[in-house]
Design a protein around this ligand. Structure first.
Ligand code: ADP
Length: 571
């Protein structure tokens, strides 16, 4: 609107000025032409003609003021004034100019009439009737009137053109801006992430291109974001399913990545991402480790004990984290829980030393007695028999240890190779034959063994192994019962499991020893166990067999009152 208005006004202004000038020139020429006609007309007059009476009607008819002036400047006749009363006109600029050049013209204030006038004066060389100058003039207001008419027309034209242009402008701008508005709103929705939106294609060619380009851009962005999201979820799935803990920190020690395993190891609850390491990692050693990696120590490896529901030993390895441009952007720390591995290593080491120890005791004894015999004791028959008896006992003990070790390793091997076959079978016959296997010992130690089991009890079992486990339990129960004691074996089932129970009234086991009972070679009372011919492997074998059945063993015991060992087998 403003541009329209300003340009129209400028054009209008220029047009008005041009019109004014053209009009002025036109008036000038017109006046000059009238003056010339008048000159001719006066020249044709009789010398005695009465000018003062001829001129006024002529002036009235032509709407022009006419003045005839003599060479001396005396007004001879005037159409609008009494010539006799007029002052000398020689000094009037147009008159002076006409006398000098033939034609003179001026736009000036008339002293005679008291108004602005346009004058044109013409020199008459033959001076008819004494008139040397004919001067015609028009009032400026008369000229202005006709110019005013043109001004008005120009003004109207400006107004009409402006209104028309304004209406056209509103219509066109609406036509352009409505689809633009639609595109703008679409762009806003794209910016908010609503990339499924498809912009309508407007009629205008340029806007159609724009909308089409934006639609393509949104589709590309959507694809790219989908790809990124998919890649991120794949990466997160990989991290989440890793057994190793992975923590990545940036150079400001802020956590970039922390997978579930790392969160568990470090005891981080909630979101760690974006947080400072100090805020989420309680372990000082690990923070120092991360700092060393960040400080530029490459490929660091260490073992750190974390305090986490008991101690967790982790092997940590640290690498510099490389950004896309190959620049270091932080540190990547991988945590590997080696607690179990270390425990297994320790168990193995302990086992070897335990076995050596177990074997060395009887061998040392045997060696001692053999040397004693060789040194002469065999000459004494009583000593010979006694010592050979002791040697035989130790040899049996060695045999028992080796038998137990072998069966333990066989069971372990079978479990490892998944060679243990479980078949659907009756439980009662197994318990019966177990009791039978322990009959001699029971009689020797004067212990009453009672079996109470429902006949129909069935389960998925390996009969040979299960019998061995039950025999071990009954064997212990008899061994640790006092003479005249009673051992009761029962079996029952509930909704989930079959429970085989061996109960004795023996010395019982103090609570602190119970957790270790099933370890190999573990005995509460070393001397007594040896004396009873125990190897310390019986319960370890039981545990392995029951595990191979997918079950568990539990112990309930009170010192001095007796113990209950239970085998729980899944139904
Ligand atoms: P051992 O050959 O010494 O009996 P086990 O592995 O069978 O070895 O048992 C480990 C230890 O558990 C035994 O040395 C004994 O101290 C204790 N124990 C096992 N069964 C009983 C029980 N019924 N009553 C008391 N103590 C028992």
């Amino acid at each position: 609107f403003l541009i329209n208005l300003v340009s129209l006004m400028a054009i209008g202004g220029v047009a008005a000025e041009v019109a004014r000038r053209v009009m002025n020139r036109q008036q000038h020429r017109d006046l000059e032409a009238r003056a010339r006609y008048l000159g001719k007309w006066v020249s044709a007059l009789d010398d005695r003609a009465n000018l003062q009476s001829l001129i006024p009607p002529l002036g009235a008819e032509t709407e022009t003021r006419i003045t005839l002036i003599s060479r001396s400047g005396q007004a001879l006749a005037d159409s609008h004034q009494d010539a006799a009363a007029m002052d000398n006109h020689l000094e009037r600029p147009e008159v002076a100019e006409a006398l000098e050049k033939g034609v003179g013209e001026r736009m000036r204030f008339s002293q005679t009439l008291g108004r602005d006038m346009m004058y044109v004066a013409l020199r008459l060389d033959d001076e008819p009737a004494g008139a040397a100058i004919v001067r015609v003039s028009l009032t400026k207001s008369y000229i202005d009137q006709s110019i005013g008419g043109i001004y008005r027309r120009i003004a109207w034209a400006v107004v009409i053109v402006f209104v028309a242009a304004a209406v056209a402008g509103v219509v066109i701008s609406n036509w352009i801006s409505r689809p633009l508005e639609v595109i703008r709103r679409g762009a806003e929705r794209f910016a908010r992430g609503d990339l499924d939106l498809v912009l309508p294609i407007p009629d205008s060619l340029e806007l159609a291109d724009l909308a089409d380009t934006m639609n393509q851009m949104a589709a590309q962005l959507r694809d790219r974001i989908d790809t990124l999201l998919r890649e991120r979820s794949e990466r997160e799935a990989v991290f989440a399913s890793m057994a190793e803990g992975v923590v990545a920190v940036d150079e400001d020690e802020r956590v970039i990545v922390c997978n579930a395993a790392a969160a568990w190891l470090l005891g981080i609850a909630g979101k760690a991402r974006g947080q400072k390491m100090e805020a989420v990692v309680a372990d000082e050693d690990l923070r120092l480790f991360a700092r060393r990696v960040l400080a530029g120590e490459r490929d660091l490896n260490d073992e750190i004990t974390l305090k986490r529901e008991g101690k967790v030993l982790v092997r940590v390895s640290g690498r510099a984290l490389r950004g896309a441009q190959g620049r270091d952007i932080g540190a990547l720390i991988v945590l590997d829980d080696i607690t179990r591995l270390r425990q297994l290593e320790n168990i193995r080491r302990d086992f070897v030393s335990n076995v050596s120890h177990e074997l060395r005791t009887p061998i040392t004894s045997i060696k001692g007695f053999v040397e004693t015999l060789l040194d002469g004791a065999m000459d004494n028959r009583d000593d010979l028999v006694r010592f050979l008896g002791i040697i035989s006992k130790h040899v049996s003990r060695l045999g028992a240890i080796i038998d137990d070790l072998l069966s333990l390793s066989r069971i372990e091997q079978e479990i490892e190779d998944k060679h243990i076959h479980l078949t659907e079978g009756m439980v009662a016959p197994i318990l019966e034959s177990s009791v039978m296997a322990c009959e001699v010992l029971a009689r020797d130690r004067n212990v009453d063994v009672v079996l109470d089991t429902p006949e129909r009890l069935r389960g998925r079992i390996n009969p040979t192994l299960l019998e061995q486990a039950v025999v071990n339990l009954i064997d212990n129960a008899i061994k640790y019962s006092p003479s005249g004691g009673r051992v009761v074996i029962t079996a029952r089932e509930d909704s989930k499991e079959i429970i085989i129970e061996v109960r004795d009234q023996g010395r019982g086991i103090a609570e602190e020893f119970i957790p270790r009972l099933f370890e190999r070679f573990y005995r509460v009372d070393q001397a007594r166990s040896r004396e009873l011919g125990g190897t310390g492997l019986g319960l370890a074998i039981v545990k392995h067999i029951v595990n191979a059945h997918g079950g568990r063993v539990t112990v309930e015991s009170k010192e001095g009152e007796g113990s209950v060992f239970r085998i729980h087998l899944p139904r």
